[in-house]
Design a protein around this ligand. Sequence first.
Ligand code: MD3
Ligand code: FE
Length: 204
Amino acid sequence: AQVAPGAVHVPDWLAPEAQRELLAACRDWARPPAGLRTVRTPGGGTMTARQVCLGWHWYPYAYARTAVDGDGAPVKPFPAWLGELGRRAAVAALGPQEPYAYDIALINFYDGDARMGMHRDSDEKADAPVVSLSLGDTCLFRFGNTETRAKPYTDVELRSGDLFVFGGPSRLAYHGVPWVYGGTGPTELGLSGRLNITLRVSGL
Ligand code: MD3
Ligand code: FE
């Protein structure tokens, strides 16, 4: 379903087996070195969702090749199969696309009362669509507008296996995760909490 121009939600895009495989990969990527970390913002705050990066390491508000705000280790490689998954996802949501060379994965892990405030993603230097895949607990995702972090916005529930692609005019829209509904994920997956995997093109 199109939520806004270029913003398309494809519920249940990942089959259960693909969700299990992606979760297993995320568990591996979460391990040190350059594993899951708590992100501190320049204003002294901390993000409640913890994060691990592949390809390029994001820190507020730039990209590096090492975990500069973590253990300093080189960022983990971005695997070719994940880039292929990103291209397939973009085509599934938006139709025929340039063959974008996805080279960044940001993986956010939400447990407890973790959430994400309204923000824009503008640290990438390319305009390729962002691909988002959700695993585990359902969340409320808030898709805003390009002008202000306030209303109007559209609220959408994202469930395990859902795909969301943000391209064109939606690439620079404000968005956030006001909350996660604990204990709502598929029992068979064996994940307590929520994982979101975003695939991006750095343009670097
Ligand atoms: C719209 N992640 O990693 S996914 C983020 O669920 C982020 O962890 C949220 O916002 C999460 O930056 C939301 C949906 C999403 C991701 C990236 C976007 C929406 C986006 C980039 C541009 C526009
Ligand atoms: Fe974002």
